[in-house]
Design a protein around this ligand. Structure first.
Ligand code: SF4
Length: 287
């Protein structure tokens, strides 16, 4: 038996951005996105074959497209100002959850001059860059408990989290900062579709003998969720594609659960499910 986790696959923010890219492609025959539209190489390639081009900031300046998608991670205000100056029409697909967090941080920054904004997230990640951009680059980004321990700020702190951050780690970071400074305001801003997935994924992992987790190396959400699988079910395997599946993983196994990150396309989950079913079937026939 091979089952796909019903909660695996694109969240609504990613679905919205990809639907918009597909609409652009069907209207104009090609489309351009600033940064990878989704942290999944297979889905990227599928869209590239249909005419999607991914550009970076340098390319945007060197050869400005007429229309440009902003992906679900969002962008700092400077990107919109540059695009306007360059005459680019922006198709803004910033996820509404990220947009709300950007607004929250901008409000805090603009209204409370004495408050240092700290963001718990991955340095250099597109979403984090967009959040830091709301503060004219003044927010401090920390990624670990150790960094929280070495942070010394006397005044007021407002702590936020990247939407895809590990919320358990965030709570440890918040505790460390609070133990050092009585004026820490904690805003736990992990996205519901990431947070709710953890208990659901743990339940799914307990229900199956083996777990195959499908994601991309570049997906922070994927790596975090895979760790959840591994700590719940030691027979968990990380794959990016059907080709990574190894037959010896399933010797004597009759029940495999397939799950994936918020950036894993459903067609890829189905491909992996089909290949696992073939492996299980051939193993049983050999017996
Ligand atoms: S994980 Fe949440 S915040 Fe990020 S794109 Fe998906 S819905 Fe939006």
């Amino acid at each position: 038996m091979v089952n796909i986790d019903k909660y695996a696959g694109f969240c609504f923010g990613v679905t919205k951005a990809i639907t918009s890219a597909e609409n652009e492609l069907s209207k104009f025959g090609s489309a351009c996105c600033l940064g990878k539209i989704v942290h999944n190489q297979k889905e990227e390639s599928r869209l590239e074959k249909q005419g999607l081009r991914t550009i970076d900031k340098d390319e945007m300046f060197a050869n400005p497209p007429s229309r440009m998608l902003v992906r679900a991670h969002g962008e700092p205000p400077s990107t919109y100002a540059d695009a306007k100056r360059l005459g680019i029409t922006v198709v803004d697909e910033t996820c509404p959850v990220v947009l709300k967090l950007q607004e929250l941080i901008a409000q805090k920054y603009n209204n409370e001059n004495d408050c240092q904004i700290v963001i718990f997230g991955k340095k250099g990640h597109a979403e984090v860059n967009g959040l830091v951009g709301q503060t004219d680059g003044k927010a401090i980004v920390i990624s670990s408990v150790e960094e929280a321990e070495s942070l010394n700020i006397d005044g007021k702190i407002a702590l936020f989290s990247q939407t895809t951050a590990d919320y358990l780690l965030f709570s440890k970071v918040a505790d460390v900062l609070k133990s050092k400074n009585a004026r820490v305001e904690v805003h736990e801003t992990v996205c519901g579709s990431v947070k709710n997935r953890i208990p659901r994924l743990q339940e799914f992992c307990r229900m199956h003998e083996s777990i195959v987790f499908v994601t991309d190396e570049a997906s922070s959400n994927g790596r975090m969720l895979y760790e959840v699988c591994r700590s719940t079910n030691p027979k968990s395997y990380f794959v990016t594609d059907v080709a990574d599946l190894q037959e010896e993983w399933f010797v004597g196994c009759n029940d495999v659960g397939i799950s994936g990150a918020n950036s894993t396309p459903s067609w890829l989950l189905e491909d992996v499910r089909n290949r696992c079913s073939e492996i299980l079937k051939s193993d049983n026939n050999e017996d």
